[in-house]
Design a protein. Structure first.
Length: 166
């Protein structure tokens, strides 16, 4: 299923909160990623940010959302929920999202954007291939990126990597 489309004004409101969470993460000494889970009625049910600074590189907010949803939502509620995130899910989080049966993912910045920025700044690639969500979980609908937030997300990652003026 390839459902990539433009984000809506409502999506932008949620994505702005994700960027705030990413900023909170960066200010706490973590990587700048933030995510939230919204149910079918539009209620935010769970929020989190990256927490990998403690040494567990699996502490991504999208994985925490999948774990929380599996424990607290019915399969139907998970299917109808939307996960908003500052950056497109990594392969680990994409797989967890699909296995738990969560609905649409809406992201501010894509994997392709992030890997392009990192390459431009000379940052070595991570240990996992930077695959888009649908390469890992082809049945998951996605919307993004959000051009309105690209500069802000890029600036957070530039700060993380000590890149001036990016």
């Amino acid at each position: 299923m390839n459902d990539i489309s433009t984000v809506t004004p409502d999506d932008l409101t949620q994505l702005r909160r994700c960027v705030e969470l990413a900023r909170e993460g960066l200010e706490a000494g973590d990587e700048p990623f933030g995510s939230l889970l919204v149910d079918a009625q539009g209620t935010v049910r769970f929020t989190d940010r990256n927490r990998v600074a403690g040494g567990d590189d699996t502490r991504h907010p999208e994985l925490e959302i999948a774990r929380w949803a599996a424990a607290h939502l019915t399969p139907a509620e998970r299917r109808d929920a939307v996960v908003y995130t500052s950056g497109e899910h990594c392969p680990m989080c994409s797989a967890a999202h699909a296995w738990v049966g969560l609905g649409t993912i809406v992201y501010a910045a894509s994997t392709a954007q992030l890997t392009g920025w990192l390459r431009e700044w000379g940052v070595a690639p991570g240990p996992v291939a930077p695959l888009p969500v649908q390469a890992v979980a082809p049945g998951v609908a996605v919307r993004g990126p959000a051009p309105e937030l690209e500069h802000e997300v890029r600036a957070l990652h530039a700060r993380l990597h000590g890149v001036a003026g990016a």
